[in-house]
Each structure stands twice: as C-alpha cells, then as structure tokens.
Write a protein that binds this ligand. Structure first.
Ligand SMILES: NC(=O)c1ccc[n+]([C@@H]2O[C@H](COP(=O)([O-])OP(=O)(O)OC[C@H]3O[C@@H](n4cnc5c(N)ncnc54)[C@H](OP(=O)(O)O)[C@@H]3O)[C@@H](O)[C@H]2O)c1
Length: 376
C-alpha cells in the first residue's frame, strides 16, 4: 500500500539534544532557518507532531509567509497543511495552540485515547487505530483518506525514533545548531533501538545563518514483509534503469540493483546493456559481483520486473541466477505478464526456494512505462 513521502525535520545542539529542560522551548535555529522550515512546511500536505511536543512547546505549526500561503491556494491546495497529532493516551489540552490555529487537524490515537478525548474533546477529527498505535496504518490513512503525499514530521524525539526504527522515514532534514545543552535529562533526537544498519546517504549540506542543514536518506534495505522507505528508493532506481534500456520488440526493458544489508550498492544493470543484445538486468548486475562476495547472502535484489524463470537466450534464467548467487531477498514492482512466456511466476519460484520476495505494486506503472509497446 502506498505511503506518503515522510520527511523528518529537527534541529539539534552540538551535543545532540532537541531541547533543554527549562520551562521555555530552547530556540536552536535562527531567523534564516525558521524561514527555511516555513518553506518546507509550505511544500508539505501535512505536518505531524507527537503529543509530547504539543505539551512541551505548545506549537502553532503554521506557514507564516503570506506569499507561500497564496502560492498554495493558487496551486489548488488548502492555505495551511493538515496538522496531525499523535497521542496514545488522548491526554491533550483542548486549549493548546495546535487546535486553534491553521487549517484542518486530525489526531491519531488508540481506542483508550479516543475514549478519553470523547470526555475532553479537541477541535480535530479523531482517528482511533486500535489498542496500539500502528504507524503503517496511520500513514496509509493519511495517504488514502486525506490525500497526503508529502508528510513533514516535526518531532519530537519519540516520534522521530519510531519512524526511523521502522524504516518509514524517506528523508531526514537535520539542522545542527552551534550551542551545547549538556544536560543528560534533556530530550535527545534519537533514542536507543535496532536501527537499520549501515550509513545514511548525505544528499545535501549547507549553512543557513549560523546553523548547518544536513539532508540524509536511509539506504539499508528493509527486513520485514513491508517495503521500507529505502526499499522504495532502490526500487524507484531500478525502474529508472529500465527506462534507459535500448528498446526492443522481442524482450522487456528491465532495471536491477543489488544492495548489501548495510545499504552499499553492489551493482546495477539493465536489459541489453553494454551492447549485449540478450543480457537481462539481474544477469548484468550479478555478473559485476564476485560470486564469493560475503555480502551477497544478506543482499537484496531490486528489479523492476520479477526475475524470469524461462528464457531461450541463455541457459540459466534470472531466478536461477538469483538463487545461485545466494541472495536472500528480492523486491520487485511488476509480475511478469504472459507476453513472451506463459505463467512465468518468478516470485513463486523464488518464494518456493525460501527467498523473501516483496511485490510493491505502487511502482508497477514506472516498471511498465518503457514496455508499453509490448503490453499496452
Ligand atoms: N529541536 C527540534 O527540532 C524539536 C522538534 C520537536 C520537538 N522538540 C522537543 O522534543 C521534546 C518532545 O519530544 P518527546 O519525545 O517527549 O515527544 P513527542 O515525540 O513529540 O511525542 C511523544 C508522544 O507521542 C505519542 N506517541 C508517539 N508514538 C506513539 C506510539 N507508538 N503509541 C502511542 N503513542 C505514541 C505519545 O503520546 P501520549 O503521551 O499522549 O500517549 C508520546 O508520549 C520537547 O522537549 C520538544 O521541545 C524539539
């Protein structure tokens, strides 16, 4: 199921704190960065915070620039992004600024939280997600019921930690402020947990006044039955590679990327690359990796079309190559249609052999696009 693009936004001190323990909110950013945040808010369909931030900071979470609000209206969007609060307990102050400024609001809570909110209602739609708060369900609800495609998450640490731990964050926008807090009881950006392994990808860094903005994307493949944000990033790349294939009337255009468990790209390939008229994408990518590479068993193969199970052009089909490489996981966008081979079922062959295979249909359109002339 599709989720919104999830952007985590935070400012931290040089020693990694989100705030101090004083009664007032610690201002980590300066005017130039508050303006940058305003611009990011204006680009979002919704802004989410945890109940802890509402209690501690009493934020308004508005787009302050009249020009940016006018641009939103001109683009057919509401003047303000939807404001989203997350509270398990439902223990929220109905007088908080959050409920009385900006546009529409929604609170995601538990069944117990919804009962409490019924007794002390806040000016917002209340969505109860069950006995516990289920982040994938929350994101699906925002996507499907509220049309949210870009979600900005403005903290606090508890919320940021869970979204990163669960592999649901597409991007982290972190501002490093030139001051130190030094109080171990102050809130930190990220708490302890089993985070996706490896390094994040640095996509941008720039000074904004006296703070430094760093933008990161997660890279390590997911591990569970749901596609993580990094899985979606790599699958999108495989679909882009498919669009680069020399065209053919007799074979699909497919892209593939092989990624180690720590997020290192091991190889990529696409159909008919390097002047070989019959090479397949997975075959081209796997051929670039030494068969004894110790990273292969933990690696994930991302491929725009599921690996083939029968082919005339080479003795081993791609499903066999994937199995022989010892890879444990495949993420694909599109099940093979009967265009050239009937009931190919690469997914079935691989899962039957014990591999984890994820089909992510939200990328099927991108995978099919360079093959329109074959499949309509
Ligand atoms: N520097 C920055 O950029 C920045 C930005 C934002 C916030 N902050 C700071 O961060 C601090 C607040 O952070 P925080 O970690 O205490 O709070 P938080 O992340 O804002 O909110 C945590 C609360 O959200 C609800 N929640 C989150 N995940 C849940 C789940 N899986 N199930 C049920 N409920 C869930 C719970 O609400 P209930 O307790 O109602 O159940 C939980 O107590 C403040 O000091 C604030 O100033 C700093």
């Amino acid at each position: 199921m599709p989720y919104p693009y999830v952007l985590l936004s935070a400012a931290v001190s040089l020693d990694g704190y989100l705030d101090d323990t004083g009664p007032e909110r610690l201002l980590l950013s300066g005017p130039a960065d508050f303006d940058r945040v305003d611009e990011v808010r204006a680009s979002a369909d919704a802004i989410l915070v945890g109940a802890g931030t509402i209690r501690a900071d009493n934020p308004r979470l508005l787009v302050n620039s009249p020009e940016r609000r006018a641009a939103r209206r001109a683009a057919g969007k509401p003047e303000y992004p939807l404001k989203v609060a997350v509270s398990g307990s439902g223990d929220l102050d109905p007088d908080a600024n959050f409920w009385h400024t900006g546009g529409e609001k929604v609170v995601f809570t538990t069944a117990e939280g919804a009962r409490r909110l019924a007794g002390r209602p806040v000016a917002a739609d209340v969505v109860a997600l069950g006995d516990t708060l289920d982040w994938p369900a929350l994101l699906r609800h925002l996507h499907d019921q509220r049309g949210v495609r870009r979600l900005m998450v403005e903290g606090g640490g508890t919320v940021h930690t869970q979204l990163l731990l669960d592999g649901l964050a597409d991007e982290l926008q972190l501002v490093l402020a030139p001051l130190l807090v030094g109080d171990p009881s102050a809130p930190r950006l990220f708490g302890p947990g089993r985070y996706p392994s490896g390094r994040l990808r640095l996509v941008e860094t720039r000074p904004v006044g006296d703070v430094v903005l760093m933008r990161y994307e997660p890279t390590a493949p997911g591990t569970g039955p749901l596609a993580s944000a990094a899985d979606r990033h790599w699958l999108a790349l495989a679909c882009e590679l498919a669009a680069r294939c020399p065209p053919s009337r007799t074979a699909f255009s497919v892209g593939a990327v092989v990624v180690a468990a720590d997020g290192t790209e091991l190889a990529r390939g696409h159909s008919r690359e390097g002047g070989d008229p019959v090479v397949h994408a997975e075959e081209a990518a796997l051929a670039k990796i030494g068969p004894a590479d110790p990273r292969l068993p933990g690696a994930t193969v991302y491929t725009s079309l599921e690996p083939c199970t029968r082919r005339a052009s080479r003795p081993r089909p791609c499903a066999r190559l994937v199995l022989d490489a010892g890879v444990g996981r495949v993420v694909t966008a599109w099940r093979e249609p009967d265009t050239f081979v009937t009931a190919a079922d690469g997914t079935g062959v691989l899962t039957g052999a014990g591999l984890e295979v994820l089909v992510v249909p939200e990328y099927e359109e991108a995978a099919r696009a360079p093959n329109r002339h074959l499949v309509g």
